[in-house]
Design a protein around this ligand. Structure first.
Ligand SMILES: Cc1ncc(COP(=O)(O)O)c(C=O)c1O
Length: 321
């Protein structure tokens, strides 16, 4: 039996149209994706609502999955609607009230030349209960570390795609930041501006204006980022899309991460370790605690995903319908 300590309540994996027991899920050791990172994936959340579990912005996530697949020339073996239904049925089959849902599409076993000419495209979907990605302090604020490694650049690949291999950079930078005692990493881009976290976008608040960057600054324009901008606009909070410099970051009143896994998390301290020759510089953001706009946006976001904001119900796909 596989240990499911880090996959609470996972019971079944959807694999190419069939459910497998969690412990029976297998891919061959010579699968193309294992060697070259030739996979695309999504991170999606479902939340408990008064009408049973509901998946947040499922259609947008599957659109992005299909876009990612197109970027790496995958011939997708299922339609968009079939993948949507498969995600819903995976939550149902696992009996989950809330879930993190992970569709993964990859080049499987067939050949190991870089061109996967005999490697079939396979799709699997896992779902389990995944709590706060950055732990309980997510509510109060996290401390981040800016590494010397610059974010992969938007001129190197289509940053609207979530490609498995690209996440190697996110992985080791996240590990380094934690080993240094911080909660998460943040990347600068080649231009020296703030890019994003390893799996999160960054938004700042200064004098009541909410600012974030876009793909031209080498970020994935996340679905949560879009959601936060839409909520802010509905609340009448001015929003701006422009590059964010290190100075902007340190002089902002509030900073937040956004992302499906982290949801909305205040950042209360930034340590710049991007230039080892000059040493580290730490700045405290605002009063060193979650700011009012971050708290307001987070509260509304959590109400929306929990089905308690009828005006945003269109973003929810109910699992039991
Ligand atoms: C690199 C990166 N940036 C930003 C995000 C946030 O995107 P989303 O809000 O769509 O989860 C993610 C997560 O998917 C990510 O991996």
């Amino acid at each position: 039996m596989f240990d499911t300590t880090n996959f609470p309540n996972a019971k079944k994996v959807w694999f190419m149209g069939e459910f497998q027991d969690w412990s029976d899920s297998k891919v061959h050791s010579m699968s193309h994706a294992l060697h070259y990172g030739t996979s695309v994936f999504e991170g999606i959340r479902a939340y408990a609502t008064p009408k049973g579990p509901a998946v947040f912005r499922l259609e947008e996530h599957i659109d992005r999955l299909l876009h990612s697949a197109a970027v790496v020339q995958m011939k997708v073996p299922f339609s968009k609607e079939e993948i949507i239904q498969a995600c819903l049925s995976t939550v149902r089959k696992n009996g989950l009230d809330s879930a993190y849902i992970r569709p993964l599409m990859y080049y499987g076993y067939g050949n190991l030349g870089l061109v996967p000419k005999a490697s079939p495209v396979e799709l699997l979907i896992g779902a389990w209960e995944w709590g706060a990605y950055l732990g309980e302090k997510a509510k109060y604020g996290v401390r981040v570390y800016i590494l010397p490694w610059r974010r992969v650049h938007h001129s190197q690949y289509d940053m609207a795609a979530k490609l498995g291999g690209i996440y190697v950079q996110s992985m080791f930078c996240g590990v380094i930041a934690r080993e240094k005692g911080f909660d998460e990493a943040v990347f600068l881009n080649f231009e020296g501006n703030i890019a994003e976290g390893p799996g999160e976008n960054i938004l700042i608040v200064k004098d009541g204006v909410l600012t974030t960057n876009d793909m031209s600054e080498s970020v994935l324009e996340g679905i949560t980022r879009t959601t936060v901008l839409e909520i802010a606009q509905d609340l009448g909070i001015p929003t701006v899309i422009e590059p964010i410099s290190m100075e902007d970051l340190c002089h902002s009143d509030e900073i937040m991460f956004s992302g499906t896994a982290v949801e909305i998390v205040p950042i209360i301290q930034v340590t710049d370790g991007s230039n080892p020759n000059v040493g580290e510089r730490a700045c405290t953001i605002g009063k060193g605690e979650a700011g009012p706009i971050t708290k307001r946006l987070r509260k509304i976001y959590m109400e929306i995903v929990a089905g308690n904001r009828p005006e945003y119900e269109g973003w929810l796909s109910y699992v039991n319908r």
